[in-house]
Every structure is written in C-alpha cells, then in structure tokens.
Write a protein that binds this ligand. Sequence first.
Ligand code: GLN
Length: 539
Amino acid sequence: MNTKYIFVTGGVTSSLGKGIISASLAKLLQDAGFSVTIQKLDPYINVDPGTLNPYEHGECYVTSDGAETDLDLGHYERFLGITTSQANNITTGKIYQTVINKERHGDYLGKTVQVIPHITDEIKRCIKLLGTKNKYDIVITEIGGTVGDIESLPYIESVRQLKWEMGPHNVLVVHLTLVPFLSATGELKTKPTQHSVKSLLETGVQPDILVLRTEKELPPEVRKKVALFCNVEPEAVIQSIDVPTIYDVPLKMQEEKFDLVVKRKLGLRDKKEPDMKEWRAFVNRLKNPKRTVKIALVGKYVELKDAYKSIIESLAHAGAVHECKVDLHCLHSEKINKDTVHNMLREMHGIIVAPGFGERGIEGKIIAVKYARENNIPFFGICLGMQCAVIEFARNVLGFKDAHSTEIDSNTKHPVIDLMESQKNITDKGGTMRLGSYTCLLKKNSKVYKAYGKTEISERHRHRFEFNNEYLDFFEKAGMIPTGINPDNKLVEIIEIPSHRWFVGVQFHPEYQSTALKPHPLFVDFVRAAIQYDVDNKK
Ligand code: GLN
C-alpha cells in the first residue's frame, strides 16, 4: 500500500490542541491495524527548540536518537507507544540550513535559490522521507502555528503541491478551528472558522475535514452551516468538545466517526477490528481513582505547566496503574527557603525535584531535597533534581559546606557535580549536550532494580554536568549509593539512599519514555511509595 499523508493545520487561534487531535486520530488508525507516525513542522527559525527557554515554548522533548524537539512529539509517543526521531520534527531553521548548505556546496549552481521551489522542495522531501524510509501506512504531519501566519506559508504551499502531486486519495487536509460561545447572546459563532478556511483557500488548499473545538455541543444546524459555507461534507465536520482529560479525546473522536471519515476518504480498509479496549481500560482507571496522593513538583518554570509536560503526564500514567489520583502541587523553587519549606511541603506524600539549568531557584530545590531526606518522604530527583540531591548530601551529611555544581559555582572547593570531560571543549550551545539514549546497569537489591525488574536499562539524557566520581567513596561510606552506572564511561546515572523509604535521583529523564499504556516503572514505583507513605502516616 502507498503511504497516505494527512496534514493537520490550525486556524483562529493557537493552542487549540492540534497535537492532541493528531495523536488521537493516529491512535484510532493504529487501533485499526495501520502503522502510523506523526511529524511536527514548526515555523520558527531556530534549528531546534533546544536553545529555547521553556517559558517560550514549553518543555523540550528529547527523542531516543538524541534530537531536541517540540513537546508535541511527547504526545505522539505517549498516545501511540512508538518512538519518534530527528525526522519527526522539522523547523524552518532546519529547512533553510539544509538549503543554504546545498547552495554553498554548489548544488544549485547557476540558479537563483528561492522559497518556491527550493524551500518547498526541501519541505516536501522531509515530509515524504518518513513515509518512504520507514514505510509507514500513514504519516500525519502537524503544521505548527495558525494559517494566515507569514511563517507557515511555505508549509501550506508544500501541502498544496503534495495534494496536487499525489491526489486526493493519498493526501488529506484536516483543519482544526475554534467555534467560540458568546455567553452574552448565548450563541456559538462560526464566522472565525469561515474566515480561517477562507485564508486556507487563498493559498489554494481546500480542507477535507474540519475539526471544531467547542465548549458546548454543536447543534446539527451549526454543523450544517459550517459544512455549506466551508465547502466540506456534512459528515466531515467533527466536533471536538472540551473534555476532562486529553486521554478522552481519541474516544470522543471515535464517537464522532473522525476515523471512519478519514478511512473512507483515503480508501483505507481496516487491517484489524478496532476496539480501543486497552485505551478505554486506561481511561477508566484514570477517571475513577480510589484514592489520592499529594505530590510536589519543585521547579522554577512552574507558572507554565507545559514546561514539565512529560513529568506531569508520567505521573498521570503511574497514578492510573494504582487507581490513584495524583494531586500535583507545582511549587516554585524560588519561594522555598528555610522558613517556608515546612508549610509548603508538610502535606506532601512525595516530592519531585525537576530538571533545569542555571542558578535561579537552585537553593530552594536543595532545601526541598533536605526536607524530603530528613523527613523520610518519598523523593524523586530528575537530572538537575538528582544533582541537587548530591549537593545537598555533600553539604549536610558529608559536611562539605560549600559543595556545589560547577554549573553554578565554578570556584567551589567541592565540585561534587562537574562538567563532563566530553563537554570541556564545546562552545556551541545548540544540540551539544549529552543527548538521547544510553545504557545503564543497575545494582541488584536496589530500589530501581526492584522497580524495573531487570539489570540493563536504556534511558534518554539531556545534560552537560555529571556526578564527580572523585567523591564516590565519601558518598558510599555515608549512605548515598550509586545504583545505576553507565557501563562504558562509569558515569553515575542513579543515586539512592537505602536507609530512606524511597530516595532516588536519576541523571536521565525517565519522563520521556512513559506512555499511557506502558507507564514508566520509576514513576509507578514512586507513586506506590507515596501511597505507602500516606498509609503509614495514617496508622
Ligand atoms: N543543568 C544540568 C546539566 O546540564 C541539568 C540538566 C537537566 O536538568 N536537564 O547537567
């Protein structure tokens, strides 16, 4: 079968959830037996989001092959249980970089290099590459931004060309818009949708399917009106109503027969009976918790929840395993100090210290670690969070009062966290951290070994600094043990305090590998420990 291409564009406003709609459609197609992948095209000029502050664009998601990508790739992996790669996230920066490199190389000798055809050809190459190289049945391509933006024009033009080249049975355009509800008049308004379809039409693209975000049920006459004015089949107007959890969206989309319309238009015959059984069971567990635990997520970007997207979702997956609602308290590390820490953390059943960079908020994180360690509250440190746990232990248990990471204090007498040897000559910031998947060996009899149930694991990384092995003896003697080691370079990947009920710090990012149907063992075990802590406290 030829690979089929589905494009998802957005209109009216940003943040309508194109990523979730794309992932939901992909899930339904996957459930019918098709191999599906999703790709995100981002219109910004950065080569990748790795150098962006999380306040700008949310979390930076890291793929197994070490690409720093848009957070939507996290949704794709969490919904589909697939691994994405470098090729699943294309930016304008990457496209131009390739074209300019080719121009310098002389590939276009004699020609004027232009947006059309050179930039659009490169965009089309990147889109088709996923289909041809990995032989997926279906490639869904989500186009970032909103139609009408100057930046997305070359992408929309590429979609127009591909549809013309491959024909309507091979290419579909899904357009996601908003139908706002005006409470003053009690009306649902379709005009913004009509305008955004018009601006898509101006670029020569007629959407095949419209997905309408709405907070109220759309009556049949509203759907009919949209269909008529936007020139789509009435069945191709799909309602996407607000739901309590993003994991409900695939089920809602199935009720709306979104997948059936797509399959009919592309001439696709199911390869297996779709049932969404496992997914439904997961959503049921998620939505009907039997208990609650309070977990603190200590970080410095907490104003923007998207900055910790994968951690938040991993906790939801783990909670569902235990039929437990994770009541998440995102706490600003800059607000935590010796005087506030008790009030901020005393009700928590588990404390996570988040990844991050730089000095801001670091002392608050270290104080939070101390509180968790001294009060025997389950603690999970991720990347910088693990490094904070090491610094805290060095300062307060080993007595190295000025211990620090050289990222923050390059003159510390006790650099317990130090720049990796391989990073010492690197000056460029983009894509130069230790990125992607590496193997780690676990010590038997450790908490992490019990959680994973095996000795060899592979986890994703994004860091420049590491545990300084010159201090290893001090730590081991005082009760902080390395329980996960990289077999090739001996880098400490995991630390634990065995005398504590659950104190685990990991240099890697387990949150990138947790999926709805395959929750990550460390998050599952951490939530279990938090539940146990609550039970023990009530005795
Ligand atoms: N800033 C730390 C480092 O570079 C931790 C990075 C992170 O938390 N992702 O090592």
